[in-house]
Design a protein around this ligand. Sequence first.
Ligand SMILES: C[S@@+](CC[C@H](N)C(=O)[O-])C[C@H]1O[C@@H](n2cnc3c(N)ncnc32)[C@H](O)[C@@H]1O
Length: 270
Amino acid sequence: MRQIINTYHHDLTSDPERLAGFYEAIQNKAKGTVYDIGAGSGILSIWASAHSNFVYAVEINKNVAKRTRSRLKSFKNIKVITGDARDTLFLKNADLKRADLIICEMLDTALIDEEQVPVLNSVMKYLKEDGEIIPYGVINCVEPVQTAVEHICYEEHGKPETEVLGDLTAYSTIKFKGSPTSKLKPIEEKFDTVVDLKINSKGMISGMKITTFTLITPEIICGPTPMLNPPLIIPTNSLKVDSGDNIKLKLSYVMGGGLDSIKTSIKKIS
Ligand SMILES: C[S@@+](CC[C@H](N)C(=O)[O-])C[C@H]1O[C@@H](n2cnc3c(N)ncnc32)[C@H](O)[C@@H]1O
């Protein structure tokens, strides 16, 4: 879980690549009624307020919400609501209208360790039929690696070092809603797949590196940044490989279920 500490929202709002993508998307998509779910510092609500009638900024953390409410008090079309977005009681608020746009940045690599999917599954029914969601979705990719790590961890500033032994392979695309006219349906939180991976260097595979590309909109794609989906290194059983080999990866996890929900196994395809 990403920790809510004083510097956390400062770090989020100091990550130019993450911010640039969300800024452009909000400029293009905000209108009517907007929900900013997991508002944090309120930066996305502020950007949305300039283009919409009203923004409901929902934040679970009481201290964060209090600071955000105080910081945003001059914005007459933003209401900060303290509450858990999975518990849609906050939506029973009489003056609350269905959303033209839901903004929800609770992203984490492959959507595993944050509540993006369970939260969207709760809130989505309050989106207008032709409403949109920012971000639009994610593309998840995997690479076989040689690594000394024994525990699942994120790659930060090139650490821990890994040697990539095979092709980067896309294994899943999750679209939170699809096109503005797509029917809304809950996203399956349990995920499992089998992926064939091509090996291009000799070595000992001992892990998988997952890289998530965020489709902030279908046109605005953001790779990993320091505060958005850093690559995830998952140790696996060890397998000696040569260039030209193919291996089969079994991968499963629960989106929103935490890193402990990840299971992997690899074997050579003869
Ligand atoms: C990654 S931060 C994003 C903050 C801000 N929207 C931004 O992009 O800078 C996610 C925020 O969602 C909040 N959050 C997490 N789970 C939540 C929930 N179930 N309901 C409402 N807010 C939640 C966290 O406290 C945190 O402030």
